[in-house]
Design a protein around this ligand. Structure first.
Ligand code: HEC
Length: 188
């Protein structure tokens, strides 16, 4: 079947570029990639790098289109997946709209990358100020523990990406820990 051959092709890891050190080059076209969600002031006791305490933030999550296509077909993220979470300052409405908030400058950019050959845990996290290459977060960083304990699919927070969650349900790829966690929330 033609579609299976296409999906079985190894990665598109060429899309992931590192500097000579351990940093990740920010994909220049990330805003033209597949948009998954936007959230405001989600708080999980995680200080967002570069953001002063009390700052209101909106985030936008993008993924590379090839990973999106593979996920839609399988409910799983392939090798070569690159997520970009762009955190922007949220300003109170200005002159025309009286209420609400809108997005202004970038406060930080976080990345979650699946590069199976390079990282023993398959995935790695990176943080950038939006201008320079993104700094590698070692496995001891808080990113890994929270994502692996609570992410609905393979350390990713698909439960916050509405169209992605439905696909994982259909494909049966939700993590057992997530299913237990959502059951116990329902019983509360
Ligand atoms: C206490 C839990 C927690 C910690 C710690 C955490 N995150 Fe997340 N992360 C989340 C949640 C919840 C989401 C989904 C909602 C959102 O913020 O858009 C998320 C989403 C993401 C995404 C979008 C892709 C995905 O995996 O779903 C990236 C990229 C990301 N985080 C990077 C980081 C980085 C880098 C760190 C460490 C500096 C980090 N996160 C630490 C909870 C956490």
């Amino acid at each position: 079947m033609a579609i299976c051959v296409a999906l079985a092709q190894p990665a598109f890891a060429a899309d992931i570029a590192y500097t000579e050190g351990e940093a990740l080059v920010l994909p220049a076209d990330y805003r033209a990639r597949t948009f998954l969600t936007s959230s405001i002031d989600l708080s999980y006791n995680k200080p967002v790098p570069g953001a002063p305490a009390g700052l209101s933030l909106l985030d936008n999550v993008f993924v590379n289109p090839a990973a999106y296509t593979a996920y839609v077909a399988t409910g799983r993220w392939p090798d070569g997946t690159i997520f970009v979470k762009e955190n922007r300052r949220a300003e109170a409405a200005g002159t025309i709209s009286r209420t609400g908030k809108y997005q202004t400058e970038v406060a930080s950019i976080e990345l979650h990358v699946k590069d199976e050959k390079r990282f023993p845990g398959k995935w790695a996290f990176f943080v950038s100020d939006g201008k320079t290459p993104a700094e590698y977060m070692p496995p001891s960083a808080a990113c890994y523990a929270c994502h692996s304990a609570h992410g609905a699919v393979d350390t990713t927070f698909v439960q916050f990406y509405p169209t992605m969650l439905a696909i994982a349900k259909t494909r049966g790829t939700l993590e057992t820990a997530y299913l237990k966690e959502s059951e116990s929330l329902k019983r509360r």
